[in-house]
Design a binder for this molecule. Structure first.
Ligand code: ADP
Ligand code: MG
Length: 685
């Protein structure tokens, strides 16, 4: 057996099973033994039959006492018998498994695990899993039992058996790539032990030791791999070397003076751009810190060096807004900015693409389709992506691989605590805009319950009469998009009964076509709509300086970082602005979070709090990637391990950067393995 052998080559896996296993991402023997359970049930406690209750799952140790009856209910074949453990007798049924009558032997004892139901006043065990009682406990009962992520026609029993048998056979092939000195220092068990116990824990203690070891290795490989990627990028001499950095013309064209924070970040960027190696830098800055201006100056530098810049935004609406901002500034400087987006007519698209290919368009703004689509650049020198925190490591690698090592600049509006930044963006250099433009007013924030609605609406009306605009955000409160839409529509309708009926209202939601959404956003930006009611689709990054009020309904549904983002949509002009968080939550935790919003205005501090209160899943918003790339580690729950790993990685990076020492070679091999398969390009080790 070979650890990389196709899964179809092992015993008991034919073509059908092979396909099923492929469906859940298992292609090789290695994939199979590293297929981590999603959950466990503790079936190690045996309960006497006399003590079981209805509705719960138990494991009992019993013998078959009755005959097997076969009952037919339509298409359903029910097989029924009686089991006894000496303390009591109960009926057992299985469905559509008539062959069990030949499997279960009356002279043997079994562990049955399943739940009990009252049928005609008698407790009946339904469709239990069972294993024969032997010296070695079985895989499905009488122990802590793993539960795997399944697909149709792939069941737990089969997976358990395949994994168990393969683990036994592959044992000698499992390489422990964590060097002994690390295992000793951090008290980690060996890899064979860890894999065996993550699948079939002997007891709670060995499970935790196994998990710790596997989390440790996952984080360590990722962290070292990212550092190596960064090292590799740095080593590349083939980056485009820029030589001209005379930015006076653009700086004078900006309607404001750069902040110290913006200047510092620009210095770091300039150093990258003249180094001759491709820049790969993340700019973090709180909402409103002025990342756009930084991006504009960078694009200008590319321009005076004869290179094109691609600016990518996550959505159409944001791309359009960026294009407008860039055009506003660059038209004065004779630099051509074009917008390339999906909704353009075929002819326009062709025209724009031609200008890009000929190098007539200098700055190209679009969604990330810009890079995926068949767009050819004459001289792509800089790629700027906005709000990039939505993309994971692999997507990021894909983007940069498109050009001839262009410089890349990634703008993130979600401040990330340092430890997390290191593991999520370990391949990037990180710059932070530390200061906000002067004269920014603090957005006056309050937290109220829904009994305040009438007062809130009057407050909005008063400001609308003074010429201001307002957002009202209703988060997704229903399970389905359809139900969500209904609830927002109902809310919009209810508003017609309030004093806001005097205002001009607009409505955007996730189900809308991009074009309609854009039209409504444009009308809001142009001041033709006073109150914009939105589901969460109002993008982070939308800039309407005249908007001064942000009302967030069911505010407890959001994470602090998201709330902070939303709040950042107001307070962009010179008007005093307000954020009103509305929630009837009874939860102590939720109240705590909302109160934090009232007091705290620092995005970094809030993201740190968010992480501690809710964990990373929420911190990044639903399904925002990066995090999902971890198999086992949870950077929130495992933050202590993460810290250990980071200290260790820094030490290794310091002493043996290219992992050339004999004791570190096994680490190097594993990194190549993991990164190679994920991205088709391994770090330069
Ligand atoms: P973000 O970092 O959230 O993307 P923006 O780039 O959209 O922030 O900037 C927010 C607002 O601040 C914009 O209206 C922009 O014109 C303004 N701004 C940016 N830099 C400065 C500055 N140095 N001084 C004053 N205003 C600035
Ligand atoms: Mg922005």
């Amino acid at each position: 057996m070979d650890i990389y052998a196709d899964i179809g080559s092992i015993k008991n896996v034919g073509e059908k099973r092979r396909e099923l296993l492929n469906k859940v991402g298992i292609y090789t023997v290695r994939d199979l033994i590293e297929y981590i359970p999603r959950d466990y049930t503790d079936r190690s406690i045996i309960t006497p039959l006399k003590d079981v209750d209805e509705g719960e799952e138990y494991t009992v140790r019993a013998k078959v006492r009755g005959d097997f009856q076969l009952l037919l209910r339509g298409k359903l074949k029910i097989i029924k018998t009686i089991i006894s453990d000496g303390s009591a007798e109960v009926s057992v049924v299985w469905f559509n498994q008539p062959y069990l009558k030949n499997t279960l032997n009356k002279h043997k004892e079994y562990l049955f695990t399943g739940s009990f139901k009252a049928v005609n006043g008698r407790l009946t065990m339904t469709a239990p899993d069972f294993d024969e009682v032997k010296e070695d406990p079985g895989l499905n009962a009488g122990r802590i039992v793993p539960k795997y992520r399944l697909t149709k026609n792939l069941n737990q029993k089969l997976l358990r058996r395949l994994i168990y048998e393969t683990l036994g056979e592959a044992e000698e092939l499992i390489e422990d790539f964590i060097p002994k000195y690390i295992k000793d220092e951090y008290k980690l068990p060996g890899r064979v032990f860890a894999l065996k116990n993550i699948h079939f824990p002997e007891n709670a203690e060995s499970f935790f030791a196994a998990r710790r070891r596997l989390v440790f290795e996952e984080l360590l490989i990722l962290q070292l791999g990212l550092l190596a990627l960064k090292g590799e990028i740095k080593k590349k001499e083939s980056g485009i070397k820029f030589s001209f950095f005379e930015t006076d013309r653009i700086v004078e064209a900006l309607p404001f003076k750069l902040t110290k924070g913006q200047e510092e970040v620009l210095d770091e960027i300039t150093a990258d751009m003249e180094s001759g190696c491709p820049m790969n830098r993340l700019i973090q800055g709180d909402v409103g810190s002025g990342k756009t201006a930084v991006a504009e100056i960078c694009a200008y530098i590319a321009y005076i060096n004869g290179a094109q810049t691609a600016v990518m935004a996550p959505t159409d609406v944001l791309a359009t807004q960026h294009a407008q901002t860039f055009k506003g500034l660059f038209s004065k400087l004779g630099v051509e900015v074009v917008l390339l987006k999906g909704s353009l007519k075929a002819k326009e698209k062709r025209e724009v693409k031609k200008r890009i290919a000929e190098g007539k368009a200098h700055i190209i703004v679009g969604t990330h389709a810009l890079i995926q689509e068949s767009v050819t650049f004459k001289e792509l020198g800089l790629v700027i992506t906005d709000e990039q925190h939505r993309f994971g490591v692999n997507q990021r690698r894909l983007l940069t691989s498109k050009g001839e090592n262009p410089h890349t600049l990634i703008m993130s509006a979600t401040p990330i605590p340092r430890t997390l930044g290191l593991i999520l963006y370990g391949d990037l250099d990180i710059s932070t805009i530390k200061t906000m433009p002067a004269g920014r007013q603090r957005v006056d924030t309050s937290f109220v319950n829904s009994s305040y609605h009438e007062r809130i609406f009057k407050f909005i009306l008063k400001h609308v009469k003074e010429g201001r605009q307002a957002y009202i955000v209703c988060p997704m409160i229903e399970e389905s998009a359809a139900a969500e839409l209904k609830s927002v529509k109902a809310f919009v309708k209810d508003l017609e009964e309030t004093c806001l009926k005097e205002t001009r209202r607009g409505f955007v939601h996730g189900k809308m076509k991009p074009k309609e959404k854009q039209e409504t956003m444009d009308r809001f930006a142009a001041g033709e709509i006073d109150v914009l009611i939105a589901t969460t689709v109002i993008e982070v990054g939308i800039n309407v300086p005249n908007a001064a009020i942000m009302v967030i309904e069911n505010a407890d549904r959001f994470g602090l970082s998201q709330l902070h983002q939303l709040r950042g949509r107001v307070g962009r002009g010179s008007y005093q602005s307000y954020c009103i968080l509305v929630s009837d939550t009874k939860g102590a935790e939720a109240k705590k979070r909302l109160k934090a919003m009232v007091k705290c205005f620092d995005g970094f501090e809030l993201s740190e709090k968010d992480l501690n209160l809710r964990g990373p899943g929420d911190f990044f918003g639903v399904r925002q990637h990066g995090i999902a790339e971890f198999k086992l580690a949870n950077v929130y729950k495992d933050r202590d391990i993460l810290k250990e790993v980071q200290a260790l990685s820094a030490e290794i990076w310091e002493n043996d950067r290219f992992l050339e020492r004999p004791e570190n070679r096994s680490l190097k091999k594993r990194i190549k393995d993991v990164f190679g398969e994920a991205e088709n390009s391994s770090p330069g080790l």
